[in-house]
Design a protein around this ligand. Structure first.
Ligand code: ADP
Ligand code: SF4
Ligand code: MG
Length: 369
């Protein structure tokens, strides 16, 4: 099988302009027709082609007592405006560390290499080269993040509305106090928070878990980011509320043409929100492709194992993957999944398998593909 060349990283300021033009165009059309013009095929195609986020060979290294470890290892991915990429993998596979790298929030002492560029309205920002000052503008302004447990991100002694207003004030444009207040309430309304004026006056502990997550989403989107990273945003919620939050994120993605990086350990959840799926194992992406292909015809034995272990997707008896994600300090020399893989051969231990491609856009790191 031919090997997939690493995707080229291109400087695409003109695509940023095209994407902006498209935004303006369908906003105008929406006003006229009051229809979902963002679902028009040509709008989708051009927006997805204009990659909003382009990550190439991103590596994060952290110092530990046993030496440097790589929780994120040579990761490459792309997300277009209005496109959702689901990132799945077991706990400890590096999903959160990747999202923290894209938010400029890595632990002290972390070393980052590789490239991550974000197309903004004016230019393309190299995220790995931003200063802390530049990160303060980009974070919340152009990239925002929603975490698993909203209580860890919300200030417990500050009213919900005031917290959203803080985010709005931290980013341009400068607005008058009453406009900031109105915008905060509008953000809550957009996140389908009922009685948004009253909720804005409440403290986080007065809201249910589902409403708190809606408030977090409202806060994340208040300053108009183009990319939203949602890290296990529904893991702490019961199934009914989970579905409502997934539907909300899906609607906001399409309406606002957000790029969405949706992180979860649950393939059932990813099936509901992601158009494309990337599977992460021991710091590397080991499979990526359209969601319908990865979930229906997975190529990598690890993805196949995840599907057999998924209570929401698997019919019949569940079959957990034996063993655990390897310690980053003791990674096998070849395929990191080799110690757990029922299909392993001698050559699997020799070198990290390169990506092999099936069809036009489905890739996996396995010698059997
Ligand atoms: N501050 C740190 N120093 C060293 N290793 C860390 C640190 N934080 C997390 N790790 C390691 O990085 C790996 C990836 O963690 P994480 O990104 O949280 O995984 P996931 O979100 O997929 O569960 C884990 O092996 C974890 O032990
Ligand atoms: S490369 Fe070998 S060990 Fe790794 S997943 Fe494929 S068959 Fe299994
Ligand atoms: Mg995590």
């Amino acid at each position: 099988m031919p090997q997939k060349p690493e995707p080229p990283i291109t400087s695409i300021p003109h695509w940023g302009h095209v994407s902006f033009f498209i935004h303006e165009m369908y906003n105008s059309l929406a006003l006229v027709y009051r229809e979902k013009v963002y679902d028009f095929p040509f709008v989708r195609m051009i927006n997805v082609m204009a990659h909003l986020l382009e990550v190439r060979g991103l590596t994060v290294e952290l110092p530990t007592a046993a030496g440097w470890v790589r929780p994120v290892n040579e990761v490459s991915l792309r997300i277009g405006a209005g496109e959702s990429l689901g990132l799945v993998g077991e706990s400890g596979s590096g999903k959160t560390m990747l999202s923290l790298a894209l938010m400029g929030l890595l632990p002290p002492g972390a070393r980052v290499s590789g490239e991550a560029s974000l197309a903004t309205e004016a230019s393309t920002k190299q995220l790995t080269a931003l200063s802390e000052r530049e990160w303060r503008d980009a974070r919340g302004g152009e990239i925002a993040m929603v975490f698993q447990e909203p209580m860890t991100s919300l200030n417990p002694v500050m009213r919900i509305g005031a917290q959203i207003e803080e985010t709005i004030r931290a980013h341009p444009p400068k607005l008058r106090a009453n406009e900031v207040k109105r915008k905060a309430v509008d953000s809550l309304r957009r996140a389908a928070v009922p009685e948004p004026e009253a909720r804005a006056e409440q403290f986080p502990h007065q809201l249910s878990g589902g409403l708190r997550q809606r408030a977090m989403i409202a806060m994340a989107l208040a300053a108009g980011p183009r990319l939203l990273i949602a890290d296990e945003p529904t893991t702490a919620l019961d199934v009914t509320v989970q579905k409502q939050i997934l539907d909300l994120l899906d609607r906001l993605r399409r309406e606002l043409q957000l790029g969405l990086l949706f992180i979860t350990h649950d393939l059932g959840v990813v099936a509901q929100v992601a158009e494309r799926v990337a599977v992460m194992y021991a710091g590397r992406i080991i499979e990526e492709g359209p969601a319908r292909n990865v979930l229906a015809k997975p190529l990598h034995p690890y993805t196949q194992g995840l599907l057999r272990a998924s209570p929401t997707l698997k019919r019949g008896a569940l079959a957990p993957i034996p063993g655990a994600v390897p310690q980053l300090t003791a990674l096998p020399p070849g395929c990191a999944f080799e110690p757990r893989c029922e299909l392993r051969r001698d050559e699997c231990a020799l070198a990290v398998p390169a990506f092999r491609i099936i069809g036009s856009d489905h890739v996996a790191r396995c010698i059997l593909v």
